[in-house]
Design a protein around this ligand. Structure first.
Ligand code: SAM
Length: 332
């Protein structure tokens, strides 16, 4: 198959598909109205067959990896059907899912059987009370059990995503880093992004990831893990003797737009050429017309922004991005 590239020479291989805006947690930093996390918008959500149509056309174009996200993808009543449908598509060789892990203890085995390859689990605190506060009532023990069950079921590598938040979980950096010493986990710190909905709170909580490296160096010698790691945005390193890796995802302090390999589709059927851009193309009028659907996906790729125009310092980037849909409405 020919490579699918954009006009800047980036190969597009990866589709992030949001299956719901609904979530069973309501993390204070994630959306503008935390009260709406449990509510699915009444109109406009795609159906199972629509996700499969989009996946099939994308795979035919050259996409070989799909990640399901949300909202919380595991609250979708038909998530197993979506997983098995996408896993069976020709050309898809990596099907993954981003989750808060709450439902994984119950579902990891069924997900693995349905054809899911691996999971990324969001976990912003290892302290029960801090976890409860950040997530507005979530139970840390549920996510921890979900992590264990995912490892048991072979949904590997299991990646743990920690959004670093100044004054909220920065005191837990050391505990997160130490997790990699004894567990087969890739613990990835992510910079808090001003993607919309934070009501000016972004600068209050933003912390560049340099702090993580400073702390990791005090624990043990650190070495860089080379490789392209599936084309993802994380830079990886490893503490001496550690089983797991440490990942750093710095969209602000060290952006990676020149390596962007993805398209995003929201659960209301909009394809986004770029997480940070306001541009969206509606797939819904074309769902029953494969040729048109293909053309809209190609148009979205054509509209991916010029990586050379991404501001290089974090403050300017914040201004470029501010005021867009919050993460939960896009699919994080
Ligand atoms: N419910 C799933 C989960 O918890 O992983 C998937 C959706 S959630 C929106 C995806 C990820 O986006 C979570 O790790 C969340 O912490 C992260 N996130 C939300 N808002 C963010 C922001 N402004 N900057 C960086 N990450 C953010």
């Amino acid at each position: 198959m020919r490579k699918l590239t954009d006009q800047y020479g980036r190969e597009i291989t990866y589709l992030r598909l949001s299956v719901t805006e609904k979530c069973n947690l309501s993390c204070f930093y994630c959306r503008s109205d935390p009260g709406k996390c449990g509510i699915e918008p009444v109109e406009g959500s795609l159906e199972v067959k629509d996700y499969l149509k989009i996946g099939r056309i994308a795979a035919g174009l050259g996409i070989n990896r799909i990640r399901l996200t949300g909202g919380e993808p595991l609250v979708h009543p038909d998530i197993l059907e979506i997983v098995s449908g996408l896993a069976n598509l020709d050309g898809i060789n990596d099907l993954s899912l981003t989750t808060n892990g709450i439902l994984l203890e119950k579902m990891a085995s069924q997900l693995a059987k349905a054809g899911l390859n691996r999971v990324n689990i969001s976990l912003d605190s290892l302290d029960e009370s801090n976890f409860r506060q950040i997530t507005n009532g979530g139970k840390l023990a549920s996510t921890l059990k979900g992590i264990d069950r995912s490892l048991d079921e072979g949904l590997k590598p299991v990646k743990i995503n920690v959004v670093l938040l100044k004054g909220i979980n920065e005191h837990e950096i050391e505990n997160f880093v130490r997790l990699t010493l004894s567990r087969e986990l890739d613990v990835r710190f992510i910079e808090y992004m001003p993607v919309g909905g934070q009501h000016g709170n972004w600068s209050r909580y933003f912390l560049p990831l340099d702090r993580v490296l400073e702390i990791a160096h005090t624990i043990a010698p650190l070495s860089i893990v080379e490789g392209n790691h599936g084309g993802g945005p994380a830079r990886y390193c490893r503490l001496e003797g550690a089983i797991g890796k440490l990942g750093l995802i710095s969209p602000l302090s060290r952006h990676f737009c020149d390596r962007c390999n993805r398209l995003r589709v929201t659960s209301d059927g909009k394809v986004k050429p770029c997480l940070f851009s306001d541009q969206e193309l509606d797939l819904r009028p074309h769902l029953d017309h494969p040729e048109q659907l293909k053309n809209v996906l190609l148009e979205a790729i054509k509209r991916k922004p010029d990586p050379g125009k991404s501001a290089s310092n974090s403050l300017a980037r914040m201004k470029q991005f501010e005021g867009k849909r919050p993460m939960i409405n896009i699919g994080g």
